[in-house]
Design a protein around this ligand. Sequence first.
Ligand code: ADP
Ligand code: MG
Length: 261
Amino acid sequence: MSDTILSLSGVSKVFDLGGGHSIEAVRDVSFDVQRNAISVLLGPSGCGKSTVLRMIAGLEDPSAGTVQLNGQEVHGPGRDRGMVFQAYTSFDWLSVRRNVEFGMKINGVPKAERQERAAHFIDLVGLTKFIDAYPTQLSGGMRQRVAIARTLANDPALLLMDEPFGALDAETRWHMQELLVEIAERAETTIVMVTHDIEEAIFLADQIVFLSAHPGQIKEQIHPEFKQGRVADKESVIARPGYGDMERHIMRLMREEGTRE
Ligand code: ADP
Ligand code: MG
């Protein structure tokens, strides 16, 4: 039985550029996200991926269509959606522990529960040793792990990520992708993530929503069934029969679309 948590229906976005000019960023996008799935928005630069994610986050309103979370139309940001950005967003003057506790403190979570949840999620992202360290003492990958722990600690229904590993070097990125698969399993969380990295999309996704170049429209919805469920390590995914065909197929889609900013 399908268990839809998020539903976009006929979502479009036109930005007013002033002086009588406007830009159509996203056109008539409809897709469903299943509970506990990892859905990846993929497409060429400027195709509207971030705009779609920001509408799910409630940071932008659609010009037409609806975004529904658990059957309720989304209006504005809410605690039920947590966002992780590409740029590091931790507070440098707070320890890892205090960074992760911060949102819970704002939300009035009692101290004991806050401490327990912070410790749990810091452990989940493998940073227990660094719990009293400060962000400036951490590598880029570790900082993104703090951002993930902090977001998950608020117990969002949806974890939204916009190119979260884009600023990391290749090896760190690859470890973070594997960590995310592990987190998705252990925290039973629903993830919607934006990337322009084909390999990352195939490795992570239960569902890939491929957007065409500007204005962003759904070109194809891809289910990497060859993986036969989640796979913990990247080289095993790449070794599966079917990986090469899927990568080639998506590369062709990407080439057809090019970048039309
Ligand atoms: P992607 O994330 O796929 O690279 P974006 O969603 O950032 O693409 O942008 C899609 C299009 O919408 C681009 O042409 C961009 O210039 C435009 N756009 C995005 N945000 C705004 C905004 N706040 N005002 C005007 N145009 C915007
Ligand atoms: Mg973007």
